[in-house]
Design a protein around this ligand. Structure first.
Ligand SMILES: *Cc1c(COP(=O)(O)O)cnc(C)c1O
Length: 397
């Protein structure tokens, strides 16, 4: 049997491979440098141009570009009028920001457990968490795979709840043929460098509702408006503006907007490559004893942001930590997405009990994210597969 590198064997990869990485080409560099030579570094023409392109890609009526995905979620919560006394239901298997946006508003995040096969929030668990205080639901399209959208949307409709999707992983994904971003009240995207398209930092909210759109614009820029229809005391004075609500400075710069526009031109290419890698991984890992592959629902045509291996403790003798270290020794730098949010010390201090979502906690103990990004070569993909095969065979019961 071939020895894993952690036991003195030869590493599968000659150079380190990360779990995620951006891809920047000359067109991206050109787009940014053109803005640097122009008159506007912020509040310029790149912002509406990006928003228009985002609407074309997602099929949404309105798009609002903001400084990052967390700001997108915060703006969506502000536009939904979420405040003290409200509860908002989300998943624990997500980045902290999906819950923090609720906490920023003085409201309470409530965690509904996941489906142990798709790893997405379970609609039945969402319904069970609803109280008279529930105001909204924030499902996360985890790894890029669409949630059971129709089921969640009908629960929201039945109980009069606002549906805010965290689509930080899901640009390019379609649900029953509709692009993520075209459905629901508001959808929030991130363009952090590990995500499918990047602007360094950046975020976008899409909506089909004009009222929400106007509130998102206010939240992005100090609550200040030049829209007479929103003013308390409309005036003809050319310098006149009003601050009508308490907003923030969550604006994106024109350099970032130009970069994101240029990246969006490559979305279908990025998406195709990610699908190819996922297909190869799925095919290989379905045949590896000790590995459980994430279930895909037929409704989701997925552009995957993350590829997750679930380790089967019934088959493997090594711990997840040992597996992680073994991959590291193979020169493959993995991650774990995510520690259940309510187990983070901030939320623990607020009194969320361990054991709250047992399926999420069990999944967390077993998962590891392996490399998935556009520029990962076929050779690297095969090296990752052989590393996993080697480690699983070595630590087989
Ligand atoms: C990345 C991410 C965010 C936050 O986006 P930023 O742009 O980093 O602020 C929110 N939710 C999820 C699920 C994410 O992966």
């Amino acid at each position: 049997m071939e020895k894993p590198a952690i036991c003195g064997g030869k590493p599968a990869c000659s150079a380190p491979v990360q779990y995620g990485k951006q891809y920047i080409d000359d067109a991206d560099i050109h787009a940014v440098t053109e803005v640097l030579k122009s008159d506007f570094l912020t509040c310029g023409p790149q912002i509406p141009a990006l928003e228009k392109k985002f609407c074309e890609i997602t099929g949404a009526k309105y798009a609002v570009a903001v400084s990052n995905g967390t700001a997108a979620l915060h703006c969506a919560c502000l536009a939904a009028d979420i405040g003290p006394g409200d509860e908002v239901i989300t998943t624990p298997i997500t980045f902290a920001a999906s819950a923090n946006c609720v906490s920023y508003c003085g409201a309470k995040p409530v965690f509904a457990d996941i489906d142990p096969e798709t790893y997405n929030i379970d609609p039945g668990a969402v319904e069970a968490c609803i109280t008279e205080k529930t105001k909204a639901v924030i499902p996360v399209h985890y790894t890029g795979q669409a949630v059971a959208y129709d089921e969640i949307a009908s629960i929201c409709k039945k109980h009069g709840l606002i549906l805010i999707q965290d689509a930080a992983h899901a640009i390019g994904t379609r649900y029953k043929g509709s692009p993520i971003g075209s459905l629901g009240d508001m959808t929030c995207f991130s363009s952090h460098p590990v995500k499918t398209v990047t602007s360094g930092e950046g975020g976008v909210i899409t909506t089909n509702d004009e009222g929400l759109y106007k509130k998102l614009l206010l939240a992005r820029s100090h609550g200040i408006t030049r829209d007479r229809s929103l003013m308390a005391h409309p005036s003809d004075d050319p310098w006149y503006y009003e601050m009508v609500s308490l907003g923030y400075n969550y604006r994106l710069t024109d350099m970032q907007a130009a970069l994101l526009s240029s990246q969006l031109d490559k979305l279908s290419v990025f998406s195709a490559r990610r699908k190819d890698i996922v297909a190869r991984y799925d095919e290989a890992f379905r045949r590896v004893d000790g590995i459980i592959v994430q279930k895909e629902i037929p409704e989701s045509d997925t552009t995957r942001h993350l590829y997750i291996l679930q380790l089967d403790p019934e088959v493997l003798t090594c711990s997840r930590r040992r597996f992680f270290d073994a991959m590291n020794a193979e020169n493959i730098h993995c991650q774990v997405h995510y520690i259940p949010v309510y187990l983070l010390p901030y939320y623990q201090k607020l009194g969320y009990p361990a054991g709250l979502c047992p399926k999420a906690e069990r999944l967390y103990e077993r998962i590891i994210s392996i490399p998935l990004y556009y520029s990962l070569t076929d050779e690297q993909v095969e090296e990752v597969i052989s590393a996993v095969r080697k480690i699983c065979a070595y630590y087989h019961k």
